[in-house]
Design a protein. Structure first.
Ligand code: GTR
Length: 327
């Protein structure tokens, strides 16, 4: 009932929340882009299960996997507006909406995944979460999405020169377009669902993603050179419409937060396993992988991307410095 109200009228979210405070049952809908068996899919289903359990059935969540409810940028808008309550989002496409969250999309800002989690667990994570919540999107927990690397159908990438002239798909975010341009390539922002066909037909030459997505999408079949540039380490969230969450009783808020934390613990464990099994699978299928031994030229080429971000968001310089100085 509550969900019908929210899906038709943004202004009715508050009314919905008041009802929730009065312990009315809530039926939520959730978005996820990934296929069955993917760590995030399993962990979001677990989140739904834990939500019912921990709220004594007062909150139920129906998950829609495989991006069936739309592209990621659209789904982000739907959760912000309250047409959907929950989503598993990558912070990449959230960046254009919340500049604080965009800090994670500065190439090479994190040293590795543990560094990213240390930042997220501290003051930096707090600042990012507040910036997102101010835009209507509250992160309940952080998921692991590993590191993203380049892949294409022609050759290994070892140096920025190898990207020159290449048409590379990126997620919708100007920082990524800037990143490819600075390497001499041609950025092509595109929805995730279109990448396989575009690689196959030569509309694009390459793309970039982590091991599990490279494998689960079948991109490795049409772009069999995977080069470990690890240029982006982007966290993902279980995000909820901020008004929906704020309208819950304290008891329900705690139950929702706990369910999200437990889901994230499961996701991170499944993620580690899937990174290894995805790599094994694509290598067995004949993919050529290469370490990028010298990342320094890639990092140096990113200076204008950082400058552009800081020029547009001078107040976020301390956040960038905080991340860079976190051990
Ligand atoms: C995946 C991520 C998705 C989506 C996708 C993409 O790694 O989990 O949310 O952002 O990449 O490249 O669009």
């Amino acid at each position: 009932m509550c969900q019908k109200i929210t899906s038709t009228l943004i202004g009715a979210v508050a009314a919905c929340s008041i009802l929730a405070g009065a312990a009315q049952a809530e039926d939520w809908r959730g978005w996820n882009i990934h296929v069955d068996g993917y760590p995030n899919t399993v962990a979001m289903d677990k989140f739904a299960e834990l939500l019912s359990e921990k709220t004594g059935g007062e909150i139920t969540l129906k998950m829609f996997h495989g991006g069936t409810l739309g592209s990621q940028p659209d789904a982000i808008e739907q959760v912000r507006l309250g047409a959907l309550e929950v989503g598993n989002f990558n912070l990449g496409p959230i960046g254009p909406i919340a500049p604080e969250a965009n800090v994670v999309s500065l190439p090479f800002i994190f040293k590795d995944v543990p560094h990213m989690f240390r930042v997220l667990e501290g003051e930096g994570g707090q600042r990012i979460a507040e910036g997102m919540a101010a835009k209507g999107l509250l992160p309940l927990a952080w998921y692991d999405a590993g590191a993203r690397s380049f892949y294409n159908g022609a050759k290994p990438v070892n140096a920025p020169e190898d990207v020159e002239g290449m048409k590379v798909r990126v997620m919708n975010n100007d920082l990524y377009s800037g990143m490819i341009s600075e390497l001499g390539g041609n950025p092509s922002p595109m929805a995730f669902a279109e990448v396989y066909q575009s690689l196959k037909t030569g509309v694009i030459d390459g793309a970039e993603n982590n091991w599990p997505s490279y494998e689960s999408t079948g991109h490795y079949e049409v772009a069999p050179y995977y080069s470990l540039s690890q240029h982006l380490i982007i966290p993902e969230c279980i995000c909820i419409n901020a008004d929906v969450y704020e309208g819950l009783s304290d008891e329900m808020k705690a139950a929702v937060a706990e369910a999200a934390q437990e889901s994230a613990a499961l996701q991170r464990q499944l993620w580690a396993e899937r990174e290894a099994s995805s790599r094994e699978k694509v290598e067995a299928a004949g993919v050529t992988t290469n370490e990028v031994v010298d990342k320094a030229p890639f990092q140096a080429a990113m200076a204008p991307v950082y400058e552009g971000y800081l020029a547009a968001n001078p107040d976020l310089r301390p956040l960038v410095e905080l991340i860079q100085s976190t051990d």
